[in-house]
Design a protein around this ligand. Structure first.
Ligand SMILES: [Ca+2]
Ligand SMILES: [Ca+2]
Ligand SMILES: [Ca+2]
Ligand SMILES: [Ca+2]
Length: 354
């Protein structure tokens, strides 16, 4: 199924939110990733009780919710369990709270295993998003019935993985290929108002657009490390929603090489027995070295005729010591090597290959 979402960037998105509109929320993406919230505060708010959730990748067939632990069984009640994270309903009785873990190890989390590889474009979650009128006049009075407005502040860490079968045994490796990798932290500092729309309201549903550079985020699972766990103020999440389109497993035979590389080298991308691993060879190379002053920046260049020079390594900062590089002489095109001070040529004589 295709659960892509298109964001229409209104004034808020195009010109960034006015100061104050999102002051309670601080998003810190990891390098190379983009995470944006376009002011969709409480979008889809529904006063029905329980409040329904739209179809998405998290409540689609094949998706499974799993958590660090669940508070429900510890209290002897049937809710505050992992399955409530994707039961398609907002409301306290359809929500998850983590159990009374000792300390913070392991970090409490709520996770969704997707039903395969998906190009994830956005992720939404909320402590509530309906169940009667929102608590505009006396916030903090709702607990077990009606719109809930507690258990939502703190720092969330949004992570993804592309391991084939995400589970509780998938660990944080910082690399989505082998485990969990962080996309961003979401700091829910405070609520700027108590109504859907307008300013940031921490306990309502918020949808975050995610991307890996300019590309969608290829994932098999999404995980939220939550600020707190347990009966005494543990974070409550009613529902996690994930949107995107079907993706392609880059390494279906799990031999550790993406199919595109395997095909380019003539290997079978569907057979782990057919793998580029172990291809090795030695070939003659030339070692070029020079002493680089730490007052200067250098370009290393190569030439076949001393007239036309090819840049091999630009903007090398002089170490105040010896610089040594090895260059393959495969093809025999380059016969001379030199270092050049940026921007003028330096009087280091060109080195001729033996
Ligand atoms: Ca739910
Ligand atoms: Ca609001
Ligand atoms: Ca492969
Ligand atoms: Ca293979």
């Amino acid at each position: 199924m295709n659960y892509a979402r298109s964001f229409s960037l209104g004034l808020v998105g195009l010109f960034s939110a006015p100061l104050g509109l999102r002051a309670g929320l601080v998003i810190t993406p990891s390098p190379g990733y983009a995470v944006a919230w376009y002011g969709n505060d409480g979008d889809g708010y529904n006063p029905a009780s329980p409040a329904p959730v739209a179809s998405n990748l998290a409540n689609a067939a094949g998706a499974v919710a799993f958590t660090s632990s669940d508070l429900g069984p510890e209290l002897g009640i049937g809710f505050h369990v992992a399955g409530n994270l994707n039961d398609s309903l907002y409301g306290n009785s359809n929500s998850w709270i983590g159990g009374n873990l000792p300390g913070t190890v392991p970090a409490p989390y709520a996770a969704i295993k997707l039903g395969g590889f998906f190009n994830v474009s956005s992720i939404a979650f909320g402590r509530d998003n309906g169940n009667g009128a929102y608590d505009d006049s006396t916030p903090g009075t709702d607990c077990c019935g009606g719109q809930a407005d507690d258990r939502s502040l703190g720092v969330y860490t949004l992570q993804f993985t592309r391991v084939s079968n995400p589970s509780a045994s998938t660990v944080d490796t910082g690399n989505a290929v082998t485990g969990w990798q962080t996309i961003a932290t979401l700091n829910y500092q405070w609520s700027d108002d108590t109504i859907p729309g307008g300013g940031f309201t921490s306990y309502l549903r918020h949808e975050f657009e995610v991307a890996a550079g300019a590309q969608p985020l290829l994932a098999t699972g999404i995980r939220l490390l939550v600020p707190a766990t347990g009966i005494g103020g543990g974070t409550d999440i009613d529902e996690i929603e994930i949107f995107g389109t079907p993706g392609i497993d880059p390494d279906p035979d799990q031999d550790g090489f993406d199919s595109a590389l395997e095909i380019s080298l003539g290997f079978d991308p569907n057979s782990p027995a057919s793998s580029p691993e172990g291809i090795s060879k030695s070939e003659p190379a030339v070692a070029f070295s020079f002493y680089g002053s730490d007052n200067n920046v250098y370009d290393i260049e190569g030439s076949s005729d001393l007239n036309n020079w090819l840049q091999l390594e630009p903007n090398l900062i002089g170490p105040g010591d010896k610089v040594e590089r090895c260059y393959s002489i495969r093809g025999e095109e380059l016969k001379f090597f030199r270092a050049k001070v940026v921007p003028q040529a330096l009087s280091i004589p060109a080195f001729q290959k033996p």
